[in-house]
Write a protein of this length. Structure first.
Length: 180
């Protein structure tokens, strides 16, 4: 019913999901909180707290989605569709676990500069690291999926930029509300 190569590729999806989500979320947090508060301690607090809550939500959501997909695959198999590959429970559990672990790991790297340097430089480094990581991850996914690695990298990069820009304007609005 399952093959080891399919298992490892499927399990990797959870990690990729968590990493992409972690970087995009952190880019949004950094731009919004820096703009709204100019306080690197708030950036660190928001990044860590939101990151762990998001990692739990990712794991639960990803696992629930995979369980639903597994149920559909089993149903299709029972209807005689023998070509349908059924995700193993090992895949479902491990991909959810990797999603849970990958999200905070992706968050921590861009948060480190806020511990040691001024907020402006830390913001530039954080955004650069996050966007570069998204581009490289997109290239990797493009290679795995036989799509253009550069195009996929640019797609992931664009998702990060859009998220950061939207959250920047949310930060502008919050700043006006906090000060106003």
């Amino acid at each position: 019913m399952s093959d080891p190569e399919g298992d490892s590729q499927h399990i990797l999806q959870g990690a990729v999901f968590g990493i992409v989500d972690g970087f995009i979320m952190l880019l949004g947090i950094v731009t919004a909180i820096v703009e709204a508060t100019s306080n690197k301690n708030f950036v660190i607090l928001a990044g860590i707290a939101t990151g762990f809550a998001d990692s739990l939500a990712n794991a639960v959501g990803f696992s629930a989605s995979e369980l639903a997909e597994r149920g559909q695959q089993i149903s299709d198999r029972n209807k005689g569709k023998t070509h349908v590959r059924v995700h193993s429970m090992r895949e479902v559990v491990l991909s959810g676990l990797l999603s849970f672990v990958a999200t905070p790991l992706a968050l921590m790297v861009p948060l480190i500069p806020f511990l040691f340097i001024d907020i402006t430089t830390a913001t530039v480094i954080s955004l650069t690291v996050g966007l570069t990581a998204l581009f490289l991850l997109g290239r990797y996914v493009g290679k795995l999926s036989s799509e253009s690695p550069t195009r996929m990298g640019l797609r992931y990069l664009l998702m990060g930029v859009i998220g950061a820009v939207i959250c920047y304007f949310i930060g502008v609005g919050i700043k006006g509300w906090l000060i106003g």
